[in-house]
Ligand binder design. Structure first.
Ligand SMILES: Nc1ncnc2c1ncn2[C@@H]1O[C@H](COP(=O)(O)OP(=O)(O)OP(=O)(O)O)[C@@H](O)[C@H]1O
Ligand SMILES: [Mg+2]
Length: 279
């Protein structure tokens, strides 16, 4: 049995300015070394849930536990150390003047000694393949590189859970791939658990398990495979699975990883032709 990292029990949340609850009794667990995707249309409560997980806001009722620590004001730093968040816009997350400064920032908040800071910075930059850029300024980096720096900054705090809230939605296909592959490698090397909040059905193909949120409630929980079978349900909540995504998913399960994201069959077929004419 895998160890439970996060346990969410019957959680509700309501914004002060809103009449309706944004989350209405949500329960699930996240296990060690698991990639859980959270899918849902605009306004379904995904980001609200993400923010609760690292204590940026507290539930109205219900309970959240991270490695045994219950989410409450007195535990907020224990929770934040354990749950790192990466957001959508790479530019809003860069706080340092250089890559290295940016990575140091979170560690300074945790009062980590200087020697240890240097050691950790080098390690995390290597892990996201950004060592070469350690003295670069943010405006010289691509979106995918900035998001990898954001991930490195979080890794330096040695979390056990990484929450990505649409972290690839502003990136081009190359940047998206860089970030998702980095996360996937980190899961293997650091035994991290990942929650990726997404609109992108292709991103699901990386996940072990998927939760679909709809109007603040869990509508589905299961494997991506089973979800892709539920076409009717997905259509009803405005999330259609293109055939090309299903094919990409089957190919990946069989060890064939494509370079690009394909919304349309034509481009997928084209890439497959290229791939096989090379071999
Ligand atoms: N700061 C806020 N104040 C009041 N209501 C909010 C606030 N933020 C979100 N909401 C409302 O809470 C609900 C859930 O929003 P949330 O941002 O969690 O959705 P989401 O699934 O992340 O959507 P998106 O895909 O657009 O990012 C929505 O009805 C939204 O309008
Ligand atoms: Mg959101």
């Amino acid at each position: 049995m895998k160890r439970e990292k996060v346990c969410v029990q019957n959680v509700t949340y309501q914004y002060p300015s809103s009449e309706e609850e944004a989350l209405k009794g949500v329960s699930f667990s996240l296990y060690e070394n698991e990639w859980l995707a959270i899918l849902g249309q605009n306004g379904s409560g995904k980001s609200t849930l993400g923010k609760l997980l690292n204590g940026m806001q507290l539930p109205k009722s219900g309970e959240i536990k991270v490695e045994g620590y219950q989410l409450a004001l007195e535990n907020i730093w224990e929770i934040r150390k354990r749950v790192g968040m990466v957001f959508q816009n790479p530019d809003n997350q860069f706080v340092g003047a250089t890559v290295l400064d940016d990575i140091a920032f979170g560690m300074e908040n945790l009062a980590i000694p200087r020697d240890e800071m240097i050691k950790r910075s080098e390690k995390v930059l290597q892990q996201v393949q950004m060592s070469k850029f350690k003295n670069s300024e943010p405006h010289l980096l691509s979106g995918g590189q900035k998001q990898r720096v954001a991930i490195a900054g979080i890794l330096a705090m040695q979390p056990s859970v990484l929450v990505l809230d649409e972290a690839t939605s502003m990136l081009d296909p190359k940047g998206t791939k860089e970030v998702l592959n980095t996360v996937s490698d980190l899961m293997k090397s650091e035994r991290l658990s990942v929650i990726s909040i997404t609109h992108d059905l292709e991103e699901l193909t990386f996940a072990d398990r998927v939760i679909v949120l709809n109007n603040g409630e869990i509508l589905y929980e299961g494997t991506p495979d089973n979800l892709f079978e539920k076409e009717q349900m997905l259509r009803e909540i405005g999330l259609d699975v293109p055939f090309s995504v299903k094919v990409t998913h089957e190919l990946r399960k069989n060890g064939i990883i494509l370079e690009e994201k394909h919304e349309a069959m034509e481009s997928l077929v084209e890439e497959l032709w290229k791939l096989y004419s090379k071999n």
